[in-house]
Write a protein that binds this ligand. Sequence first.
Ligand code: SAM
Length: 450
Amino acid sequence: MSGKILLVGFGPGAREQMTGRALAAIEEADVVIGYSTYIKLVAELLDGKEVVRKGMTEEIDRCIEAYEQAKQGKTVALISSGDIGVYGMAGPTYEVLFKSGWTPASEIKVEVIPGSTALSSCASLVGAPLTHDFCSISLSDLLTPWPTIAARIEAAGRADFVTALYNPKSGRRTQQIVEAQRILLQHRNPATPVAIVKSAYRKRQNIQMVRLDQMAECDIGMLTTVIIGNSTTYLQEGLMITPRGYANKYDDLTGEALAGEQRGRSLSMGLEGWKGCVRQYLRANEKTTLRQTASHFNATNGEILSAIAEAAEGDGAGQFSAAAVQSDQHQAVIAAARQWGLLRAVVRSDAGAVSELIIHAEEFSQRGEWLNIETPYFHLHIHWAEVKQGWLIRRGESLRGVHFTNARGETLFNLSLVRQEEQFDPEALAAFEQDWPTLSAPSTHSREMP
Ligand SMILES: C[S@@+](CC[C@H](N)C(=O)[O-])C[C@H]1O[C@@H](n2cnc3c(N)ncnc32)[C@H](O)[C@@H]1O
């Protein structure tokens, strides 16, 4: 006899929020296994069935029990609130099954039945907070190290995701929500809307709409999901709305595409168009620097340099021109720099401290993967193996130099020719200009800018 394991997500709790397949799966089951609170929530569907109640910490027992019963030829429903695949029992069940030698080709069949997860059901009660990119993070550090959770909160904050927090607080875990608030406030306005939804679609349903800086003091428990808006989320008439982005593209009143935008095409700031926007910005802001531009577009120096390098006639980058160094020429740049006279080497630490050294390229030496500058006064060590791309750069009459960026497009260090009394040394300048075409990769997009 071949048994069956049905992994059933029954949604937030109310029967009308269950899917037809979840109802049918429970109906079909001989045995229903679940955490005692879940069993209570579906009690009216369990007449005549064998019911196995397990405690909160007995997750693996629930999976083993399901397998044992299925091996006896029974149809077993292992139930979980929300979606069983979201912080639910689907993963542990497959882990137990695989450890026991089960494969999808085995006699025992397994079906995962999806349900409305807490972030969807909670969002539905407070408006439309998830209409743009969002993520979910569980604050439970019982099985996940806190530094991993903190890094995810930090990334969500930095990348401006709407963020749903599962397992935000319990009797013992009270400080995680305080830490989450502290990390997010480094990136987000204190007035950012937050929805705190407790027991969605259950008897004790309770909703609080607060600001991010009030979040940690609110009534939050084990059955709460917290939804934190992104930088565009707003509250209107008590509803939390995250705009989809139509206002960036279409006129509110006429529905016509805004100037520069086209119906059915990516935004001008989309993948294909955004570098053109960078060049337009550089043309309009003659005084801006590379770093300021990168910060304005929330991009890396490498991305801005590639936008500059792709300039073409009629679509220049203002005062800037740039060219990617051919990948086999990175060492040659250091050799060429020996003819560029005095150089300013700039290196920034992760925390933003800036080292500026006036050097001569002759002071570079290479030892293994390290490029070293050693004088009696300082030692500078650059991990050369981290360099993925070199960029030659000019800015009007004030800058000639080269940036070396890593795989993420961040500048590892840059060298620029030193000016004295606002003038470059003519020999150094001539050497730099002569080296530019030899070192640079031919660009498919651009012609060299004057
Ligand atoms: C172990 S996770 C289970 C998630 C579940 N599988 C789901 O997809 O919703 C438990 C967490 O889900 C959230 N949750 C589950 N049901 C909820 C409900 N009815 N209302 C609000 N939050 C809920 C809470 O954050 C709770 O701490």
